[in-house]
Write a protein that binds this ligand. Structure first.
Ligand code: FMN
Length: 591
C-alpha cells in the first residue's frame, strides 16, 4: 500500500485542509485509488462530518481494463499523477461512472483529455448529464440493469472479469448503478454502504470504530430513500456471495459484510413500515429538481416519516400508479410546459393515480420553461386533496437558503403525516411514569445558530428546556434537539450555537414569539431585538439574562433527539439581579 502526502490546500476561511492519496491492491487484478480528504467538515448543507471523508476509485484489469469512478476536483493534478504512475491512461478501455455527483466524477474531463478513446459506461441519464458537464464529445454506452461487460481474462492471474450492472436509483443520486465483478466477487456501490471516515485503513477491520459514522451516513443519505434501498438489496440477492463491497467513501467493507447489509435492511425496513409515506417526485436532470427533491426528502425523513423519491423521467407506469395512489402525500415539481416522451406519459399517469385525502405539495424545478406552479397546484387538487405546504417558489439559482426552506417544508409535511402517531406515542407513556418524569425540570432557553454571510446566511432558533451542564473542564453543556427541529441542520459537529438564558421576571413574550409556527424558511428573528455579531455562532437576544456561545463537539443519538454536546467558548451575564426562568412540567410526555 502506498500513501502520498500532498501539499495542503487552502479552503474556507484560512483553514488548511490536509489531502493525501493512497494506492492499494484489494484483490486479484484489482486496486483502489483513495483520495483522502482529512478535514472536510461538511457534505451537502445538512451533513456535518466528524472524521473527514475519502473518494475511492477502482482499477480492474482483465484482458481489457476498466476504471470505476474518478475523484473530486480538488485532487486534480495529484490524482492524475498517481494514476499515470500506476497505469498508462491510454490503456484504460472503459470508465464506469457509478453516478455523476462531482466528488466522484470531478476528473472525468481531465481523464478524457489524456485518453479521448475511453468508453464511458453509465446509466442513460448519467450520460446525458456528463455531456453537459465535460463539454466535449466522448464515446459512451448507456447501460441498463442486468447488462454485462466482459473484460476478459487477465493473462497473469487467469481470472476472467465479467461485470454485471445493477441499477440502484436514488442511492443517493437518481442515476446510480452498482457493478458486480464475477471474477473477484466485488460489488462496487459508490455512495451506497459508504461512510464519511478518513483513515489509511483500507478495510473495515474494526467495526466499532466506524459504526457511528456508518449509521449517521445511512441516516442522512440513505434513510430518505429507504424503499429504494430495499429494492436495491433485493436485486443483490440474485448475485453469488459478495466478497467485498467497494464503496466510494470511507473504508471498503470486507470483514463485517453481512452485518453491514443487515443494518441497511433493518433500518430501511423500520423506515418503510406501513403505507404512511410521501411520494416525492422529481424530473432527473431537469432544472434543480434532483437536489431540491433530496432536500424535501431529507426534511420528511427527519420526522421519521417515510419519503419515496420517484423519477418521472424513468418510472415504470404500473409502479408509478401504485406508488402515487398508495401515498399519503404527493410532492410534485413544476414540469416543462411542453413535456415529451416518457415524461409526458409519467405526468399523465401521475395525475390519473392521485387519490382523495392526500396531502399535496408543489415545488418549482427552476428548469427555465416550467408550467406555472399555481396551474400545477390546481391540477393536483382536483379530488379535494389538501395542501401539505404552500407552493415552494424559486426565483433565482437555489442557494443554501433555498435548500433549507425546502428541507423545512419537507419536515412540516412529515409532521403532518406523523401527527396521529405522535399523539398516540405521547399517550402511550404510562401515567405514573409520565408524572414522575414530569418532576424533572429545566431552565428556559432560546438556542440560536447562524451560518454563512450575505445572501447565503442561514439562521435558526428554538425554545429549549432540555439543557444541562455536562463538563467542568473544559466547560461544556448538552442540548437535546428533536430530530425534526429546523435548527438541527445548523448544529452539526464543528458548528457553533448560542444558548440565550431567559430571565425569570420577563420570559413570556420571547417564549411566545419563538413557539409560533414559522413557515418554511421564515426569519425567526423578525421583530425580535438582537445584538448582531455579539457572539460567535448565533444571535444574542437583547432581553436574554445571559448567553453562552458553544461549539459542537459530539452528538449522541437517542430515538427521537440528538444530544448535542458543545464546548462553551464565551459567556456573559447581562443582569445579576434576576434568576433564570424555570420550567416545571406535569408530565414527561411533553417538554
Ligand atoms: C417549554 C418548552 C421547552 C422545549 N424544550 C425543547 C428542547 O429542549 N428540545 C427540543 O428539541 N424542543 C423543545 N421544545 C419544542 C420546540 O423548541 C419548539 O416547538 C420549537 O421552537 C419549534 O421549532 P421547529 O419549528 O423547528 O419544530 C420545547 C418547547 C417548549 C414549549
Amino acid at each position: 500500500m502506498k500513501t502520498e502526502n500532498l501539499p495542503p490546500v487552502v479552503g474556507g476561511p484560512k483553514k488548511e485542509q490536509r489531502l493525501s492519496l493512497q494506492f492499494a491492491k484489494i484483490a486479484q487484478d484489482t486496486s483502489t485509488f483513495r483520495s483522502l480528504d482529512w478535514d472536510r467538515s461538511r457534505f451537502d448543507i445538512e451533513f456535518g462530518l466528524r472524521n473527514g471523508t475519502t473518494y475511492n476509485s477502482f482499477l480492474i484489469k482483465g484482458k481489457k481494463t476498466a476504471l470505476v469512478d474518478t475523484s473530486h476536483k480538488k485532487f486534480l493534478n495529484d490524482w492524475i499523477q498517481l494514476l499515470k504512475k500506476e497505469i498508462n491512461p491510454c490503456s484504460i478501455d472503459y470508465l464506469i461512472v457509478s453516478h455523476t455527483e462531482p466528488d466522484h466524477s470531478g476528473l472525468i474531463g481531465e481523464l478524457l483529455e489524456l485518453n479521448p478513446d475511453i468508453e464511458i459506461l453509465a446509466s442513460k441519464v448519467a450520460i446525458q448529464f456528463l455531456a453537459n458537464q465535460v463539454h466535449r464529445p466522448f464515446r459512451s454506452r448507456a447501460i441498463k440493469s442486468g447488462e454485462e461487460l466482459d473484460l476478459g481474462e487477465n493473462s497473469c492471474s487467469g481470472i476472467s472479469h465479467r461485470l454485471e450492472f445493477i441499477s440502484a436509483p436514488n442511492l443517493h443520486w437518481p442515476d446510480t448503478i452498482f457493478t458486480f465483478d464475477y471474477g473477484t466477487s466485488i460489488l462496487y456501490t459508490c455512495d451506497a454502504f459508504g461512510l464519511h471516515y478518513c483513515s489509511e485503513e483500507v478495510f473495515d477491520i474494526d467495526q466499532q470504530v466506524i459504526y457511528e459514522d456508518f449509521r449517521f451516513y445511512y441516516e442522512c443519505l440513505m434513510g430518505p430513500n429507504a424503499r429504494s434501498v430495499l429494492q436495491a438489496i433485493k436485486r443483490l440477492e440474485k448475485l453469488p456471495t459478495i466478497n467485498i463491497i467497494a464503496v466510494g467513501h470511507g473504508p471498503l467493507l470486507k470483514y463485517h459484510l453481512n452485518s453491514w447489509i443487515e443494518y441497511y435492511q433493518t433500518w430501511s425496513n423500520q423506515k418503510s413500515k406501513g403505507k404512511n409515506y410521501s411520494a416525492i417526485c422529481y424530473i432527473s436532470q431537469y432544472g434543480f429538481c434532483d437536489q431540491l427533491s433530496q432536500s424535501i426528502a431529507h426534511g420528511v425523513a427527519k420526522t421519521n416519516a417515510q419519503a419515496q423519491l420517484i423519477d418521472l423521467n424513468s418510472s415504470d407506469p404500473q409502479e408509478l400508479t401504485a406508488l402515487i395512489s398508495e401515498a399519503k402525500a404527493v410532492v410534485v415539481p413544476t414540469w416543462p410546459s411542453q413535456p415529451i416522451g416518457d415524461l409526458q406519459n409519467s405526468i399523465g399517469t401521475l395525475l390519473a393515480a392521485l387519490s382523495q385525502k392526500q396531502w399535496i405539495g408543489v415545488y418549482e424545478a427552476y428548469g427555465g420553461n416550467d408550467e406555472p406552479i399555481d396551474a400545477i397546484a390546481n391540477k393536483l387538487r382536483t379530488l379535494g386533496q389538501k395542501e401539505g405546504f404552500s407552493p415552494l417558489r424559486v426565483k433565482q439559482n437555489p442557494d443554501s437558503n433555498t435548500f433549507q426552506r425546502f428541507e423545512e417544508a419537507g419536515t412540516d409535511l412529515g409532521q403532518l403525516l406523523n401527527r396521529k402517531q405522535n399523539v398516540a406515542t405521547a399517550k402511550s407513556i404510562d401515567g405514573e411514569l409520565a408524572k414522575a418524569m414530569g418532576r424533572v425540570s429545566g431552565g428556559l432557553y432560546i438556542v440560536t445558530a447562524e451560518q454563512g454571510l450575505g445572501n447565503d446566511r442561514r439562521r435558526g432558533a428554538m425554545v429549549a428546556s432540555w439543557v444541562s451542564q455536562a463538563s467542568f473542564k473544559p466547560p461544556g453543556l448538552t442540548v437535546a434537539v428533536a430530530k425534526d427541529r429546523a435548527i438541527e441542520a445548523l448544529m452539526q459537529v464543528g458548528d457553533r450555537f448560542v444558548i440565550n438564558v431567559l430571565r425569570e421576571d420577563n420570559y413570556q413574550p420571547i417564549l411566545r414569539h419563538f413557539l409560533k409556527r414559522f413557515p418554511p424558511g421564515a426569519d425567526r428573528f423578525e421583530g425580535v431585538a438582537i445584538l448582531e455579531d455579539h457572539a460567535k455562532g448565533g444571535p444574542v437576544l437583547m432581553d436574554a439574562l445571559a448567553f453562552l456561545s458553544c461549539q459542537v463537539q459530539q452528538r449522541l443519538e437517542t430515538p427521537d433527539h440528538w444530544i448535542v454536546y458543545g464546548l462553551v467558548e464565551q459567556g456573559n451575564v447581562a443582569d445579576t439581579s434576576t434568576k433564570t426562568a424555570v420550567h416545571h412540567r406535569k408530565v414527561g410526555s411533553n417538554y
